[in-house]
Each structure stands twice: as structure tokens, then as C-alpha cells.
Design a binder for this molecule. Structure first.
Ligand code: NAD
Length: 284
């Protein structure tokens, strides 16, 4: 199967970046969001990010213009996916919403279309079970910011076919990304490894082992990480970190994933990181 036409469902942080890279790499791309003002905002963000790439000589001005020509925007999911070869879903991380959206995609996307999810923590096998085409449901887990980060976890659900996996791995390659094959277990590889490290850094704060800044310095200077775990947690959002740890804890049943009480306390207090101006650090 050759993918030429894609639809991205959800135009938030991830969806607009995903639409950006598909359009830039020659795919006819439709970006869908129920929230029309947000669709306009997404268009503006994509235009700005493409301009930045031109200014940095990463792409030619004509590439920017061609990418924008290939992009369309709609609040109507049914018509937006009607001719898609591949749909990438990037709506918020809520099971009931994913189930509803995949029901709609299954009904309105062409029978042979592949339905991919950008979920960080929900089982691809479960998402596939919400459709009549579990063999054509797969995980395509991009990383933020999508135009910059080159990893894609290509996640095989229990019933994902080899043909489906091969198509999304090839497409990820074509986008200039590096696909890594991952089996469908909670947190895949990225969050299974990252979140316990972030959680342990938060335990270090709670137990007074060191100040947040110093904990991050240990990991940047000592381990050569580009960003310390607490800065990264603030960037991801402490509510998102808590949610993923809860999924790991519930679904793997091992207490090593129990979320740190200080993480819960910060989330309850609304100190969610960068997006609220305060997490482990303060932001303008
Ligand atoms: P977001 O909240 O920024 O954007 C979600 C968008 O989906 C919103 O614009 C919302 O209006 C739209 N939406 C809601 N219901 C919809 C529907 N029924 N149909 C169409 N659009 C709908 O969320 P995000 O951070 O972009 O995350 C999206 C997905 O990507 C989640 O599953 C998340 O776990 C995953 N993810 C996020 C990150 C990250 O760093 N933010 C990284 C990797 C994966």
C-alpha cells in the first residue's frame, strides 16, 4: 500500500507538529479539530514553524509554500478522513475519547486505511479492539516538538498485521524519522524507562537528598543528559507524568512505579510545570 493522503485528528501540541512534517514531506494532509479557533491557531503555528525552518536554511522558501499548499483544515472528521490512506489520531489521552474517535474513524475512513494512534500510554491492542479492523490499527508515537525530534515508536498491537507495521515504519522513514519497533506494553519503551527516572528524581526532592537544580545538574553534567529530569518533567507537564505513572503502576502491578506523593501534591495544587508557570522551577 502506498500512502499519499493522510488525516491528522486533533490539532493540539502534537497534531499540528505531525501535520507539519507530513505536509513538508509531500503528503496531502488534512488536519482535523472540533475546535475551530484552535484549527486557526494550528495553521498559524505551522506557518511560523515553517518560516523558522526557512530562516535557518533547513528548508527552501518553495518547500514552505508547497507544504502549505498540501495542508487543509476541517472541523468535520467524517469528511476529513474520507479519502485518507493513513489517519494519525492525536486527541487528548482519555480512553473514552479515543474509543469514540476510533469508532468514527472506522466508520468513515476507507476500509483499507491504516488508523494510527499517537497515544503515550493507552494500549494499541485495546484501541484496535474498538474497531472492526484491529489488523490495521498501530501506534505511531511521535515526540515533542515533532518537527525537531527524530524518534517514532512504531507500536505493534496484538493484532497489528506485518503489512500495517511495515507501512508505518516506511512512512516514518520517509518523514526523516527513526522508527523503532516496540511491542504493546504499558508506557512502550520511552515512558517505561523515562517516567521511573523522573519519579525517582521527585523522591529525591521530597526526601531532601538535594535541591531540584542540583538534581538536574547531576544528570546533565554527570550523565550527559541534555535536560535534567525535573526540567523535563516541567516541560512534559506534571499532570501528564502522574497520569503515565498511574498507568504503569496499574497495568504492570509493580510498586516500583508508584507515583511520588510530592508529584501528586504538586498536581493537586495546580503546579503543573511550564504550562502553569510553576512546577519544580518557575517560568515567566
Ligand atoms: P492537546 O490537548 O494539545 O491537543 C488535543 C487536541 O485534540 C485539542 O486541540 C482538541 O481540541 C482536539 N480534540 C479533542 N477531541 C477531539 C475530537 N473528538 N476530534 C478532533 N479533535 C479533538 O494534546 P497533545 O498534547 O497534542 O496530545 C495528543 C496525544 O498525543 C495524546 O494521546 C498524548 O498522550 C500524546 N502525546 C503527547 C505528547 C506531548 O508531549 N504533548 C508527546 C507524545 C504523545
Amino acid at each position: 500500500m502506498t500512502v499519499q493522503t493522510v488525516a491528522i485528528v486533533g490539532a493540539g501540541t502534537m497534531g499540528n507538529g505531525i501535520a507539519h512534517v507530513f505536509a513538508l514531506h509531500g503528503y496531502e494532509t488534512t488536519l482535523i479539530d472540533l475546535d475551530e479557533p484552535l484549527l486557526d491557531e494550528a495553521r498559524g503555528t505551522i506557518e511560523q514553524n515553517l518560516t523558522r525552518q526557512v530562516e535557518k536554511d533547513a528548508i527552501a522558501p518553495a518547500d514552505r509554500a508547497d507544504a502549505l499548499d498540501r495542508l487543509s483544515f476541517t472541523p468535520d472528521t467524517a469528511s476529513g478522513v474520507a479519502v485518507a490512506d493513513l489517519v494519525v489520531e492525536a486527541v487528548p489521552e482519555e480512553r473514552s475519547l479515543k474509543a469514540e474517535v476510533f469508532g468514527t474513524l472506522d466508520e468513515h475512513a476507507p476500509d483499507e486505511a491504516i488508523l494510527a494512534s499517537n497515544t503515550s500510554s493507552i494500549s494499541i491492542t485495546w484501541i484496535g479492539s474498538q474497531t472492526d479492523r484491529p489488523d490495521r490499527v498501530v501506534g505511531m508515537h511521535f515526540f515533542n516538538p515533532v518537527p525537531v525530534m527524530t524518534l517514532v515508536e512504531a507500536v505493534r498491537g496484538q493484532r497489528t498485521s506485518d503489512a500495517t507495521y511495515d507501512v508505518v515504519a516506511d512512512v516514518a522513514d520517509d518523514l526523516g524519522k527513526h522508527p523503532v519497533e516496540v511491542d504493546d506494553y504499558p508506557g512502550f519503551v520511552s515512558n517505561r524507562v523515562l517516567m521511573p527516572m523522573i519519579n525517582e528524581a521527585i523522591f529525591c526532592v521530597m526526601e531532601g537528598v538535594a535541591e531540584p537544580d542540583d538534581i538536574d545538574t547531576v544528570m546533565t553534567l554527570g550523565m550527559n543528559h541534555p535536560m535534567g529530569p525535573l526540567t523535563l518533567a516541567d516541560f512534559i507537564g506534571l499532570d501528564v507524568c502522574l497520569h503515565i505513572l498511574e498507568v504503569l503502576h496499574d497495568e504492570l502491578g509493580d510498586d516500583k512505579y508508584r507515583p511520588c506523593p510530592l508529584l501528586r501534591r504538586k498536581v493537586t495544587a495546580g503546579q503543573l510545570g511550564r504550562k502553569t508557570g510553576e512546577g519544580f522551577f518557575e517560568y515567566e
